[in-house]
Design a binder for this molecule. Structure first.
Ligand SMILES: *Cc1c(COP(=O)(O)O)cnc(C)c1O
Length: 412
């Protein structure tokens, strides 16, 4: 028998989350999650669902009717799109420039796709020509690409990629989880067919829900795979002409019927997460999308200036860095774990380590969402400089803070 007296009420310490995500939630969003639960077909709830669709159309800059949320973290959105579009043996092309490109390969493999990749060294991005050449060679059914890969901090330019795909009859999908709100994303203008994101980065929300948007090109492929589950099927229901979707939870055909006028009883919408998704989008749109991007740009710039003034080397091609995260190359004489532990124990600030080839050698520092603020930047730089000096990387005290501070006054 466990001793229940040993289990205290949940009461985590306060941390300033300055890593690559998750970041501190905006208190308005966590408050919205404490609202009373209502039934999933209550007209108040279905109204909230419709409003959430409308809000995310503005967030994604799209008129796509099929814009809604998938319950689960970012990869639930990815998996829903991939499971619902890729049939076994379909050819997919994946440009890989970091860990999240590899995740697309991993999920596509489990959809039994025939996978083709092109690769860039971590810290670089592809030119549109490289992607178009690969499309001509492979002739894939789908192109799967990450916009901002937090593992390398790089932002893949996408403004020409959708058009290239349309020209070659290829359906495009983008994971924009890390980049959205911090950097421009124009779903309709860039002609992207499917995009998914999640709340825990620049939206300042909790992980657990994945907004997605689907162009009619993609919807059409998905609807051909229609197979409504037996318990909720109407007698006159006819299956699609194409192979069924090999997942029930991520069957986007059924999920679209749940969010649409039919309102089939597919799953129980995660009520509190829906509230969080609606509040996250509402807050961003009230600030204004362009203002939010500009805020990430100025705070990212200040963080970068501060780090450079500490004589630290920045990882990757800085001209293609996301606004909202920066990679810092660890000085040889500093112990990675020791630095991050001191940041956490003595300053309550979390920064990120790295994956794969960068593991132990690069720190990732975010300025995202609720934490893309001057006070968070100044506080993080102050602590980082103090810890670096304590561990043996000597800086000219005060120069970094001044360099960061100057970025703000120059813009005002
Ligand atoms: C952070 C991030 C994710 C997160 O996926 P989860 O399932 O929420 O852990 C996905 N994709 C990208 C590009 C990311 O940066």
């Amino acid at each position: 028998m466990l001793d229940i007296a040993q289990y205290d009420q949940i009461n985590p310490p306060y941390r300033l989350l300055m890593g690559p995500g998750p970041v501190n939630a905006d208190p308005r969003i966590t408050r919205s999650m404490a609202a009373p639960l209502i039934g999933q077909f209550d007209p108040v709830m279905t109204d909230y669902m419709n409003q959430t669709m409308a809000l995310y159309r503005d967030i994604f800059k799209t008129t796509n009717q099929q814009t809604f949320v998938i319950d689960g973290t970012a990869r639930a959105g990815i998996e829903a799109v991939l499971m619902s579009t890729i049939r076994p043996n379909d050819k997919v092309l994946i440009p890989v420039f970091g860990r999240f490109g590899l995740l697309l390969c991993e999920i596509a493999k489990r959809c039994r796709a025939e996978i083709y990749t092109i690769e860039m060294p971590w810290g670089q991005v592809f030119s549109p020509d490289m992607i178009e050449d690969a499309i001509k060679k492979v002739k894939p059914r789908l192109l799967l690409c990450v916009q901002g890969d937090t593992s390398t901090t790089m932002l893949q330019p996408l403004d020409e990629i959708g058009q290239i795909c349309r020209r070659h009859g290829v359906i495009s999908y983008v994971d924009a989880t890390a980049s959205i709100i911090g950097n421009p994303l124009e779903v309709d203008k860039w002609q992207l067919d499917g995009v998914s994101v999640s709340l825990q980065k620049c939206f300042s929300g909790p992980p657990g829900v994945a907004p997605i948007t689907l162009h009619d090109n993609m919807v059409e492929l998905i609807q051909k795979r229609k197979c409504v589950e037996s318990g909720i099927r109407r007698d006159d229901e006819v299956d699609g002409s194409d192979e069924m979707i090999y997942s029930n939870y991520f069957d986007l055909d059924m999920i679209m019927r749940y969010w649409g006028a039919e309102r089939i009883n597919h799953h129980t919408e995660a009520t509190s997460m829906l509230f969080a998704a609606r509040e996250s989008a509402r807050i961003v749109l009230q600030e204004g999308l362009d203002n939010a991007i500009a805020r990430h740009q100025i705070n990212g710039k200040a963080m970068l200036a501060g780090l450079q003034a500490m004589d630290l080397e920045i990882f990757g091609d800085v001209s293609h860095k996301m606004n909202n995260v920066v990679g810092v190359i660890k000085p040889k004489n500093i112990d990675d774990a020791q630095l991050r532990n001191l940041m956490l124990s003595d300053f309550a600030i979390e920064i990120g380590s790295s994956f794969g080839p960068l593991k132990g050698n690069v720190w990732r520092i975010g300025t995202m969402g609720y934490n893309a603020r001057k006070d968070c930047v100044m506080q993080t730089l102050t602590a980082f400089e103090a810890v670096l000096n304590k561990l043996g990387h000597k800086t000219k005290y005060g120069e970094a803070l001044q360099a960061a501070w100057n970025c703000y006054s120059a813009d005002k």
